[in-house]
Design a protein around this ligand. Structure first.
Ligand code: GLU
Length: 291
């Protein structure tokens, strides 16, 4: 069956780190419209793996604002913090493929390392989000790394992207806006799969969840386009189905810049308090949300 004929399951996956704003509504509309056009399902997922930044009260307000705007989603809502076992299982699978390694570097050490290498710029690989992890712990002898883990030293788990890509060979994916994309799996370097403090990461949990929830069309902002390259690699390593993707443009302010908190009245709570109707908010959020 061609991809466009599959019944669509789309999702909106906010992190409850603040109030719902017009940018969220734009993204949610995009996912809802995609599900409608595909006679499909629309899911809501709460991406709350970071206990330092996520608050249950934000989740309550996000859902309440979405419902007030008229959005409906298929239940149950998946809350990532309740599915750590799924991410742990994926880590076991990846470890069994010998494409992971423990990383003991603190953020400070990584920054210092990059700054030092910055004197020889050809040594610092740059990614779309800044300099890439220089790879110190990738070179640790396995017995040394294992002893440090056994001794209880705090560590993250990273993906050895080069090794992983050798296993999978070339990969590609389909973006409904941009066509066939060849995966540039090294774009983000050796990504973190499990953080020191939280035993998963954005990349791992999103990839696992989209597969578990049967998402066939991942819609999200184009600011996350680069992440899809490495999600495609994780899918190949974990034997997961490959959804279609559609990255949408971001809502811009009058100056053509990405909306931010500085733009004032973009918070749905604020607009509600000003008496702005759901229909008007949806109209403001709709530009470019047609896919
Ligand atoms: N939770 C992410 C965010 O709020 C979105 C993740 C995704 O759609 O893949 O930006």
């Amino acid at each position: 069956m061609p991809d466009d004929a599959r019944p669509v399951t789309s999702r909106f996956a906010p992190s409850p780190t603040g109030f719902l704003h017009l940018g969220h509504v734009h993204s949610c509309l995009f996912a809802v419209n995609a599900a409608k056009q595909g006679n499909g399902r629309f899911l809501l997922r709460i991406e709350d793996i970071d206990p330092n930044r996520c608050r249950p009260e934000y989740e309550v307000m996000l859902k309440e604002d979405l419902a007030w705007l008229g959005f409906r989603w298929d239940e149950p809502v998946r809350r990532q913090s309740e599915h750590m076992d799924d991410y742990a299982a994926a880590l076991v699978t990846l470890a069994a493929r010998h494409v992971t390694y423990p990383c003991f570097c603190s953020r400070k050490e990584i920054t210092a390392e990059i700054a030092q290498a910055g004197n020889a710029p050809h040594l610092v690989a740059m990614g779309p989000e800044g300099p890439l992890y220089p790879g110190n712990c990738r070179h640790l002898p396995p017995d040394v790394a294992a002893a440090r883990v056994a001794a209880g030293e705090p560590h993250a788990i990273r993906l050895d992207v080069r090794k992983a890509t050798t296993l999978t060979g070339p990969l590609s994916w389909h973006d409904r806006g941009r066509g066939t994309i060849t995966a540039d799996t090294g774009l983000l370097g050796d990504i973190v799969l499990a953080r020191r403090d939280v035993r998963t990461s954005y990349h791992l949990s999103v990839t696992v969840d989209d597969a578990i929830q049967g998402v066939t069309l991942v819609t999200r902002g184009e600011d996350l386009f680069h992440a899809t390259h490495v999600h495609r690699l994780l899918q190949a390593l974990l034997g997961l189905p490959v959804p279609d993707y559609h990255h949408h443009g971001l809502l811009l302010n009058a100056r053509g810049e990405r909306l931010s908190k500085r733009d004032g009245a973009t918070g749905i709570r604020t607009l509600r308090a000003q008496g702005v109707s759901p229909a008007e908010i949806l109209r403001r959020a709709a530009s470019g949300a047609e896919g």
